[in-house]
Design a protein. Structure first.
Ligand SMILES: [Ca+2]
Length: 379
């Protein structure tokens, strides 16, 4: 882990008693190392001519640092020591830069929030059987189960003004949906179809229609679908009430890439991949409450965010540009915004970065077939 390596390195440079910044955010650790390098150079030069702090690292106005072997041979103890310190610090700075850049996590300065709160974004004017939630380009999309295998999608602006509505479409339960940035289309999970499908809806047409269906096998009524935007993959959470539940990743043709078991978090209501982690929105009945479970892409539970909304949850969405998360709830139908914006949890265990080998093997053996799931359904 680059963060650990940086800290270990700073331990060696600074000594055990000297305070240091944590490895998150990386930029701070790097800056901390540079500041201390400058201090070290300044201390080395004490007794000689005053040394400015800034040019030592940048190289402007100062003799470029000589290799360690040759600096010892140069005349003038102060200059040589300064060169030695500056050269060492330059090497350290380059090493730090190399160590912190390749981390898979995006470079973010924000710290993980200690708590999240939820406030109403808008009341959903449609009183129908609200199910899924998606967001793109400032527009909220809400899906409704009309019954009889039909569903409807209604688009709202940030204030809840209706912008567009589809006619009845063969979306079934319209469980949950997500916008795929690669094509701007809505991907709507339909567990009523047999086999279950993800219906792809083009809202850009004057009369929106289902333009494609992606078979996803047999999933439960409570299954939900989100989008892993970075890898352009469909992410499903599926299972009967009470579990077992699976986190399932498919390519955009419905081919099963992997499936891992995850612990029971309650009745599934929504899912999206945000900042590289899975946000699973679920409802619990006793006491009536909702929560968002943050999972790694390998299915490890990283955090549970309480959602103090007593009515049933309905859909989760996120703005990929800002990681602003929205959730739906019914009775009455409404959309709520999570505050502050989501920041990925630190992944502290290397185990959570590794796929469950048993589940992964099962997924490969099952080929294109999703795990058959039977039992009570809800959502
Ligand atoms: Ca969604």
């Amino acid at each position: 882990m680059p963060g650990l390596a940086v800290n270990d390195l700073l331990d060696g440079v600074l000594g055990p008693g000297e305070p240091r910044r944590g490895s998150r955010p990386n930029g701070e650790a790097q800056r901390g190392g540079l500041v201390r390098c400058r201090s070290a150079v300044r201390r080395t030069a004490e007794g000689g001519s005053p040394v400015s702090t800034t040019p030592e690292i940048g190289g402007g106005g100062v003799t470029p640092p000589a290799p360690v072997g040759s600096s010892a041979r140069s005349a003038g103890g102060v200059v040589a020591s300064r060169r030695l310190a500056a050269g060492g610090c330059l090497v350290l700075a380059l090493l730090l830069a190399w160590l912190v850049v390749p981390d898979a996590a995006p470079a973010r300065a924000a710290a993980t929030p200690t708590a999240y709160t939820f406030s109403q974004q808008f009341a959903v004017g449609n009183t129908g059987n609200m199910q899924g939630l998606a967001f793109a380009g400032g527009t909220h999309y809400v899906s409704f189960d009309l019954g009889g295998g039909q569903g409807r999608i209604v688009a709202y602006d940030a204030a809840g003004r209706e912008l567009q509505r589809t006619g009845p479409l063969p979306l079934g339960h319209a469980n949950e949906m997500s916008v795929r940035p690669a094509d701007g289309l809505l991907y709507v999970l339909n567990s009523d179809a047999s086999p279950s499908v993800v219906d792809v809806v083009d809202m850009g047409r004057a009369t929106p229609v289902v333009v494609r269906t992606i078979p996803v096998g047999k999933v439960t009524h409570g299954a939900v679908v989100g989008m892993n935007i970075v890898d352009d993959q469909l992410v499903l959470v599926t299972g009967p009430t009470g579990g077992p539940y699976d986190l399932v990743v498919l390519d955009m043709t419905g081919h099963l890439l992997r499936s891992v078991g995850i612990p029971d978090q309650g009745v599934t209501q929504g899912v999206e991949v945000v900042d590289g982690q899975v946000l699973l929105y679920t409802s619990l009945s006793n006491p009536a409450r909702n929560q968002i479970t943050v999972l790694s892409m390998a299915g490890a539970v990283l955090r549970v965010i309480p959602v103090p909304v007593a009515s049933e949850g309905e859909g989760l969405s996120a703005d990929p540009a800002t990681d602003q998360v929205y959730i739906g709830a019914n009775s009455p139908n409404r959309v709520l915004a999570m505050s502050p914006r989501f920041v990925a949890e630190p992944v502290v265990s290397t185990q959570s970065l590794t796929l469950d080998p048993v589940a992964d093997t099962m997924a490969r053996q099952q080929g294109d077939q999703l795990p058959a799931v039977l039992g009570a359904e809800s959502g």
